[in-house]
Design a protein around this ligand. Structure first.
Ligand code: FUL
Length: 696
């Protein structure tokens, strides 16, 4: 029937009959062509592989010798191929990170790949990525860090010219780019050509972003510019990979303090997650999150990568909230994505493919309460399932609360609902309700707010119904909805949760019953022939527990991982007070408060001489105030004579507040250790949720 209507409308059009009804008037701020292309990309990966990979740091200091960069098997095809297998459509290459080392042979600094042993100084890693992208039909973007801890000129106008020259080299040699990525971590301690000092810059003025981005616009007009506050794509405000439940595509950046200007690296982070309804600019969010714990590869974080189902959760919370997902990949020292990460990406890609293979609404009878000018051909509901983001169902100007009934004629089971607006006409809809026909009546199933380019509603459980109804509850203008989809995720076997009591008893549980649970405690990959979990077991000395569930030999869950240090039974703090003991009570919810200016830190008595390979610091993760970003670590045999083991920074802890594992330069044997916070992000009181050690 619908087909017939379209056909006859097309015949009328062909015969020169025109309809009086014009297209809906665009509403509010609108996307540019490059933003539209960026939005369609949906998922890409940001690849961190540089000096910090070899230095085992999250932020290189800038003093790393060029000789350190020497991967033996760097393979851009393997890296880009792993991203592609995960369903990602492009990569953003970190061409220069904060350590200043350039992965392409640049004329702007000696600190670059041509001075390294890689391919005897003839290598060009950026070019290798470009060739791999061309071969695999993947988009390429570049990240050249504005902050440069190596450059002697950093902080002066000369450096800004150097930075612009670097961008010009990249833009002329490696385009066309789909993104130019400019992060906001700026200024602070660094090598700076040997000065080894903190350098402060005014983020609002120093980089002259208008001029710098003018270069991007003229040399790479297709590149969407990412910055904390755009101009094309905004930072979502966290590095956990999720936008707000409500996330508007428009945004009005606010300055953090009165009298200041909103600028890159200087933004009220939390605003990014929600955007601004009717905001001044079209500026959708990018959700960046590393697949591993940190952005760079660290062997100590093996076995802790996010699982395919965790990525799926993030997919719904980013792509499903009209943002793009930017997943961090971290090639290892050889220059390859580790097999376990490759496997996770593949699994994730397969789940997505299976989920979205069949739209159950396609082929259903769709009936709308109103169609613009009764013009089915141009504005009818058939456009909702034609997989075209820019053909749409529209209503008459005054109709802002229309309904749509989707009749599948027989009961179908689904758990994902997809809605899309034609964003070329702006973000129009404020809220919708979805009902299902059950027990001879419409039952309200779920609601959603912002839609924009893509809204995926993932239901907590499967729903079976033959009829589904969409009600637009709020919209300031008539609607232009381009997509309605119903999908079913493949069944998911519940993976084990791994916990350990303060006494060292490891407990594995699943949310729903499974066939069997298998695990290892030595860090090796578990399989069906690994020990079966029967009951809790003791692991007082720590280790890495890895576990998965099986339903049958070839149906299993993802692998869960948990690293434990020795139990803290018998540990004491000095001085022994109620506040300090919270740092070793094995409860991440409580925290000790330690004044930084007092310089004394916290002393822990392990009760016996212990060999320590690494120590761990867990910050309070819900606010940045007391987060330690610089520390000193001491040890002692008697609690009186202290030796300094090392000092350093917890790089990037503010944006990515995860447990910090610091591998000691050399293992030590000690009964006492002392953790001295040297600096916190705000204020003077360091907040320490947990301190721990790793012994094996
Ligand atoms: C941040 C940086 O400081 C991190 O190291 C990482 O590169 C992340 C993607 O952006 O701003």
């Amino acid at each position: 029937m619908i087909k017939k209507i379209i056909l006859s409308a097309q015949l009328l059009l062909a015969a020169g009959v025109t309809y009086s009804q014009t297209a809906p008037k665009p509403y509010g701020a609108l996307p540019t062509e490059r933003q539209i292309k960026w939005q369609e990309t949906e998922m890409y990966c940001i690849v961190h592989f540089s000096m910090a990979t070899f230095d085992d740091k999250e932020w290189g200091y800038g003093d790393e010798p060029n000789s350190l960069f020497n991967p033996q098997s760097f393979n851009a095809l393997q890296i880009v191929g792993a991203a592609k297998a995960g369903g990602f459509k492009g990569i953003v290459v970190v061409a220069k990170h904060h350590d200043g080392f350039c992965l392409w042979p640049t004329k702007t600094t000696q600190h670059n790949i041509s001075q390294s042993p890689y391919k005897n100084g003839k290598g060009d890693v950026v070019e290798e990525y470009k060739e791999a992208c061309d071969k695999l039909n993947m988009k390429l973007g570049l990240y050249c860090s504005p902050w440069d801890r190596n450059n002697a000129n950093y902080g002066t106008p000369e450096y800004v010219s150097i930075y612009r020259a670097q961008l010009k080299e990249l833009y002329s040699n490696y385009g066309p780019l789909f993104m130019s990525w400019h992060d906001g971590a700026n200024g602070g301690d660094g090598y700076y050509g040997g000065a080894r000092e903190p350098r402060k810059i005014d983020r609002t003025t120093y980089y002259g972003w208008d001029t710098t981005w003018g270069i991007t616009r003229s040399m790479q007009p297709t590149a969407a510019i990412f910055g904390d506050v755009g101009p094309d794509v905004r930072w979502v405000g966290n590095e956990q990979g999720h936008a707000g439940e409500t996330s508007w595509e428009t945004y009005t950046p606010e300055a953090p303090e009165e009298g200041k200007t909103p600028a890159n690296g200087f933004v009220k982070d939390w605003l990014g997650t929600e955007g601004t309804r009717n905001g001044k600019y079209w500026m959708p969010a990018e959700c960046d999150v590393p697949l591993r714990t940190g952005w760079f590869y660290h062997q100590s974080q093996d076995g802790q990568s996010k699982s395919a189902y965790k990525l799926l959760d993030l997919y719904y919370k980013s792509v499903g909230r009209a943002a793009c997902l930017d997943l961090g990949l971290s090639p290892n020292k050889q220059g390859l994505i580790a097999p376990e990460d490759e496997q996770i990406l593949k699994e994730f890609g397969n789940i997505l493919k299976q989920t979205f293979a069949v739209n159950l609404a396609k082929g259903a009878t769709l009936t709308a309460s109103n169609v613009r000018g009764k013009n089915q051909a141009l504005y009818g509901v058939a456009h909702l399932t034609d997989n075209d983001r820019y053909s749409y169902w529209a209503t008459d100007d005054q109709i802002t609360n229309p309904q749509l009934i989707v009749d599948m004629r027989k009961p179908q089971t689904f758990n994902v609902i997809r809605l899309r607006e034609d964003i070329k006409l702006g973000q129009r809809i404020d809220g919708v309700v979805i009902d299902v026909w059950q027990n001879n009546a419409w039952q309200e199933l779920t609601i959603a707010t912002s839609i924009g380019a893509n809204r995926l509603i993932r239901l907590p459980q499967n729903v079976t119904a033959a009829k589904v109804r969409l009600r637009i509850t709020k919209s300031p203008v008539c609607i232009a909805l381009s997509d309605f989809g119903l999908f079913k995720e493949p069944a998911h076997l519940s993976a084990p949760q791994i916990t350990r009591t303060a006494k060292g008893e490891v407990i594995l549980t699943t949310e729903a019953p499974v066939g069997s649970i298998h695990y290892t405690v030595d860090g090796t990959t578990p399989g069906i022939s690994s020990p079966t979990y029967q009951h809790s077991f003791l692991l007082p000395d720590g280790g890495v527990v890895r576990a998965l569930s099986f339903e049958s030999a070839n149906q299993h869950s993802e692998i869960k991982n948990m690293q434990f240090g020795p139990v803290k039974v018998g540990w004491q703090v000095k001085p022994d007070d109620k506040n300090l003991v919270k740092a070793i009570d094995d409860n991440p919810g409580t925290y000790a408060e330690i004044p930084v200016s007092a310089g004394e830190g916290i002393v822990v008595d392990l009760g016996k001489s212990t060999s320590i390979k690494a120590f761990t610091y867990l910050p309070k993760t819900d606010h940045t105030d007391g987060m330690v970003d610089a520390y000193e670590f001491y040890y002692s045999a008697d609690g009186t004579t202290w030796l300094k083991s090392q000092s350093g920074e917890f790089a990037n802890i503010k944006s990515n507040p995860v447990m910090q594992i610091v591998k000691l330069d050399k293992p030590i044997a000690a009964r006492y250790f002392k953790f001295v916070p040297k600096h916190v992000i705000h204020g003077d009181i360091a907040e320490v949720a947990e301190l721990g050690i790793i012994t094996q």
